[in-house]
Design a protein around this ligand. Structure first.
Ligand SMILES: [Zn+2]
Ligand SMILES: [Zn+2]
Ligand SMILES: [Zn+2]
Ligand SMILES: [Zn+2]
Length: 368
């Protein structure tokens, strides 16, 4: 036991943490959870192979693969002749978080060059000294935790919510309870030193993703993605309660994200102008607000509370009479309503956009 402690004291945890962050900074796509497959695809001399595939190719049973590689979870196989690495993982394990941890752990061996240091093609407890083996395993586990939950990135969430819990970490970073609890423990000891977060350039890579996830929400009625500060949903006009920034509200919203609906959107510039007429396709608008071919009002702006586009006699109300009624805000190419005042949009008023529920049902292929 004493021996192990001495070894673990020799591990430079700070350096391993830095190497995990540097590695992410170089290869990550800046989204969460960390996409390990995407990272591996970017590395030329590293290949990912499933145990079942490996077994089939070599006509082995799965049990024999585990014995050969001396692990039920995964292994990193260094092929000296070609200087390539094969990262093998047991895809028959049903726990997704466990597989993610295994792959991150093997990436740790790769980045920390454990095979090269010992000139071993496969690292195992049989071809290494006990001290070497234990040290490498600790280092790879430590690397994996910080690769999957980079503290500089997590820190930006903690700063935003003024709190953090294991459920949040588990869902957003897709890690097991034990990794999430390890992170919470670490955060506690950091804050006892007065630290809120770790700083590293890697956080910039995730800044856009975090910013978008914090500034948008999914409408509970029509499931479109809308700005968190909207008073009304611009697709269905549902009044929005002011977003509470709690961890639970964030996670509830994230669940809805999976059912997110994308409504057809005309491409418009920031003043609500299209390149071509949304009704007839006329490309020569020459900056006019009315199409000189079909007469449609080509901008999408707020017309205010204008009710139906038919008067009591069933005559369609000319849009000219409505233009001055709204707040005039330029709207997105799929906005039926104004997010500020809830007024009707000029595109919706003119029938260029369908009712949101009809479009949603059509996209789901349901009869209506
Ligand atoms: Zn290992
Ligand atoms: Zn909505
Ligand atoms: Zn036209
Ligand atoms: Zn408005």
């Amino acid at each position: 036991m004493t021996k192990t402690i001495t070894i673990s004291n020799n591990i430079d945890y700070k350096e391993i943490k830095e190497s995990a962050y540097d590695f992410l900074d170089k290869y990550s796509n800046g989204r969460l959870p960390i996409n390990l497959l995407d990272i591996i695809n970017k590395i030329d001399n590293l290949h990912l192979i499933k145990y079942t595939r490996f077994a089939r190719d070599r006509k082995l049973k799965l049990k024999e693969v585990c014995e050969l590689l001396q692990s039920e979870d995964g292994a990193l196989w260094y092929q000296t002749a070609t200087d390539t690495y094969i990262l093998l993982y047991n895809d028959t394990i049903t726990n997704k978080e466990r597989i993610r941890f295994t792959v991150a752990h093997e990436l740790g061996h790769y980045v920390l060059k454990h095979n090269e240091k010992t000139e071993k093609t496969i690292l195992s407890r049989y071809n290494l000294t006990e001290d070497e083996y234990n040290t490498f395993e600790k280092e790879a586990n430590f690397f994996a935790k910080h690769l999957l939950v980079p503290f500089p990135v997590l820190g930006n969430y903690s700063l935003f919510f003024h709190q953090m819990d294991a459920r949040f970490i588990r869902i957003v970073f897709q890690v097991s309870y034990s990794v999430a609890n390890y992170v919470i423990g670490n955060l506690k000891s950091m804050s006892s030193f007065g630290l809120v977060k770790d700083g590293h350039d890697v956080e910039n890579r995730f800044a856009k993703y975090i910013d978008t996830s914090q500034s948008t929400r999914i409408c509970q009625t029509c499931y479109s993605k809308i700005n968190r500060n909207s008073n009304y949903c611009h697709i269905c006009s549902t009044e929005q309660r002011k977003g509470s920034s709690t961890l639970d509200a964030y996670l509830d919203n994230r669940e809805r994200e999976e059912e997110r609906m994308r409504y057809y959107k005309y491409p418009l510039d920031e003043d609500g102008f299209p390149n071509s007429c949304p009704r007839c396709g006329n490309e020569e608008l020459n900056g006019c607000v009315f199409c000189n071919v079909c007469g449609v009002y080509v901008r999408n702006i707020c017309l205010g509370d204008c009710g139906d586009n038919y008067d009591v006699w069933g005559h369609s109300v000319p849009i000219q009479e409505q233009l001055a009624n709204g707040c005039g805000k330029s709207l997105a190419g799929n906005s039926r309503y104004c997010p500020d005042c809830g007024g009707k949009s000029s595109y919706f008023f003119q029938g260029l956009l369908k009712n949101w529920d009809i479009e949603k049902k059509e996209s789901e292929g349901l009869p209506f």
